[in-house]
Design a protein around this ligand. Structure first.
Ligand code: NAI
Length: 252
């Protein structure tokens, strides 16, 4: 028996990166997986299907759903379909996210809107669609993927930091609203994680980051997946409304 055997987990933006690592970890602990991602071309469609097959190879049911998490109507339809396909939604991980960095004075309205819509509104969309299901089940765990910059801010990322701060406040508010019916909500705040995004950073900037991290290494996607597993499972049955920073001790 795995920690999530018999549960259905829905993860947004999980074709690659942290979301994929979370989906793989959950599947390895027995959860059936529904995941979404944006599909704008054939390459993205192939990526979605490749990840679906990789997860299914772990011995669980896995279905992939193409869709824009920032679209309210589309999300309502997707979640309805997932509920029909799986019969329950026990864990929701709001992971889909983008960056469009820039200093405030140079930031366009389009940069602001895109990041807030994909990073924050998407979580509202999915929580709005999933919470009636979780309330009827009298249980569920919602995990919002925030960031350390959502706690501490970051020059050049005002849109991203605001969206991630919103993810934290959203989780805390939902924890208060849905807690009486057994639904928990938490946020995780990753620091410097070794992904395609951080691999592009110049060596000197990378070195500066490492100096700030007591554990002197970047995080692996599995470091995030492990904490999500804890929050998704009954191991955290008395943990709600929290934000867990996963950053090698960078912020204390
Ligand atoms: P990534 O870019 O590798 O993965 C993000 C996924 O979200 C992609 O598969 C992308 O197609 C999908 N996505 C983007 N827009 C979407 C939309 N409108 N609808 C549905 N799916 C969409 O990024 P990564 O690094 O795996 O990040 C995952 C989450 O973790 C994000 O929310 C990010 O902000 C957060 N995070 C990442 C950190 C890092 O160091 N990589 C640090 C802190 C937080």
């Amino acid at each position: 028996m795995g920690l999530l055997t018999g549960k259905t987990a829905l993860i947004t933006g999980a074709a690659r990166g942290i979301g994929k690592a979370v989906a793989m970890k959950f599947a390895s602990e027995g959860a059936n997986i529904a995941f979404t991602d944006l599909v704008l071309n054939d390459e993205m469609a192939a990526g979605l299907e490749a990840t679906r097959k990789e997860i299914e190879a772990l011995g669980v049911t896995c279905r992939a759903y193409a869709g824009n998490a920032a679209d309210f109507e589309e999300t309502q339809k997707t979640v309805k379909q997932i509920h029909e396909d799986f019969g329950s939604i026990d864990v929701l991980v709001n992971n889909a996210g983008i960056t469009k960095d820039g200093l405030m004075l140079r930031m366009s309205e389009a940069q602001w809107d895109a990041v807030l819509n994909v990073n924050l509104k998407s979580a509202f969309n999915f929580i709005h669609a999933c919470s009636p299901i979780m309330l009827r089940q009298r249980g569920g765990s919602i995990i919002n993927m925030a960031s350390v910059v959502g706690v501490h801010g970051n020059a050049g990322q005002c849109n991203y930091a605001a969206s991630k701060a919103g993810m934290i406040a959203l989780a805390k508010s939902i924890a208060q609203e849905l807690g009486p019916k057994g639904v928990r909500a938490n946020a995780v705040a990753p620091g410097f994680i070794e992904t395609a995004m951080t691999a592009q950073l110049p060596e000197d900037i990378r070195k500066d980051w490492m100096k700030k991290i007591p554990l002197r290494r970047g995080g692996q996607t599995e470091d995030i997946a492990n904490v999500c597993l804890f929050l998704a499972s009954d191991m955290s049955s008395y943990v709600s409304g929290q934000v867990i920073q996963i950053d090698g001790g960078m912020n204390m």
